[in-house]
Design a protein around this ligand. Structure first.
Ligand SMILES: *[C@@H]1O[C@H](CO)[C@@H](O)[C@H](O)[C@H]1NC(C)=O
Length: 101
């Protein structure tokens, strides 16, 4: 499942680029946080296939283990910092169920 991850990174890059100084008009829809090239977000981006499997069931344990198998606190922090790198369903889960904002 490499291809969807690559697509997401490219999408995130385009969103990031459109938010660059001088291009302000596209900023308003890019509210969800995502720094696609940061260490903080790498696991969130690579976890997308895992999220797709577990977010529909909203099993928090499994969802957090998608990002960090050992430390749910770190996993939650990374999701909250980077959920903009993920699909809409994951973004909704992050804001509604994890309480990220
Ligand atoms: C959530 O996933 C964990 C780990 O796989 C499992 O032990 C637990 O029973 C699941 N909880 C629910 C509510 O399905």
């Amino acid at each position: 499942m490499r291809y969807p991850s690559v697509l997401l990174v490219v999408t995130a890059y385009i969103l990031g680029a459109s938010a660059a100084p001088g291009v302000t008009s596209a900023r308003s829809f890019a509210e969800a946080p995502c720094d696609a090239w940061s260490d903080e977000c790498r696991e969130v981006i690579t976890a997308n296939a895992c999220f797709a499997a577990y977010v529909p069931s909203k099993n928090k344990t499994q969802i957090l283990e998608c990002v960090d198998v050992d430390d749910p606190v770190v996993a939650e922090r990374k999701i909250c910092a980077c959920y903009g790198c993920s699909e809409k369903t994951v973004q909704d889960y992050a804001t509604a169920d994890l309480g990220c904002h």
